[in-house]
Design a protein around this ligand. Structure first.
Ligand code: SAM
Length: 219
């Protein structure tokens, strides 16, 4: 068990992750995800490749393929049972490992984290942000639970497994060329396409923003 992984990584690689994979499936989730990504991706241009960290069985990637059928999809996932499900998806590059073991082979146009950063050990957020940033050619999409200040909340009776904060704000503070393209909230009681009270942020690497920031700093 002493793999050098965090307790959160062990949690997701093990039985809890298996049960999550079993519990979360079905066309309704893919429909809600398709509505969500149609909205988010309408703000982008020229996306040919997408990499998701923490894909589970691929319910986001399947939705993205509905919106952009020709896009090349890649998945990084720690849970073996989820990877078995991912292997049923055609033309998907799968990296069965923790994101902390992933080495960037090439930058994708869009890098996605949905319901992942909330489960990362807060002490490991800095290298996680760095990975998201470095693996993206242009866009970063975060779909997580927002809170203006960092908080930990109980997760299905488990402690130290769920954290909310302003992930996107922290990334924009760290990387000055990241700009906010758009953001939104999806309510769990949405009439047609519910999500689990998720807040989404679409960020883009823009050199004009970096220049503007440098000009501000220079003054
Ligand atoms: C709450 S689920 C979200 C799944 C998927 N993103 C979605 O929105 O349906 C979190 C997923 O991230 C995976 N995960 C957690 N920590 C990880 C890590 N360090 N590296 C890779 N995958 C991880 C879990 O195994 C799980 O499949």
């Amino acid at each position: 068990m002493n793999s050098g992984r965090t307790e959160q990584e062990e949690f997701w690689a093990g039985e809890f992750g298996n049960e999550y994979t079993e519990r979360n499936q079905g066309m309704q989730i893919i429909a809600s995800n398709t509505a969500l990504f149609a909205r988010i991706l309408s703000k982008t241009t020229n996306i040919k490749s997408v990499l998701e960290f923490g894909t589970n069985r691929g319910l986001n990637l399947l939705a993205i393929r509905q919106v952009f059928p020709a896009v090349h999809l890649s998945a990084v996932e720690i849970n073996e049972q989820a990877v078995t499900e991912l292997q049923k998806i055609a033309e998907l590059s799968i990296y069965q490992q923790s994101l902390f073991e992933f080495s960037i082979d090439y930058q994708r146009d869009l890098v996605l984290s949905k319901g992942l950063l909330i489960h990362i050990n807060p002490d490991k957020l800095k290298p996680t942000y760095e990975l998201l940033y470095q693996s993206s050619q242009r866009y970063i999409c975060l779909v997580e639970y927002y809170n203006p200040v960092p908080v930990e909340v109980a997760y299905r009776g488990h402690k130290n497994k769920l954290f909310k904060r302003d992930f996107a704000g922290e990334m924009m503070n760290e990387y000055k060329d990241l700009s906010l393209v758009d953001y939104g909230f999806i309510y769990h009681r949405d009439n047609n396409f519910p999500q689990d009270d998720l807040t989404w942020f679409l960020l883009e690497k823009r050199t004009d923003a970096a220049n503007a920031e440098n000009i501000k700093i220079d003054k």
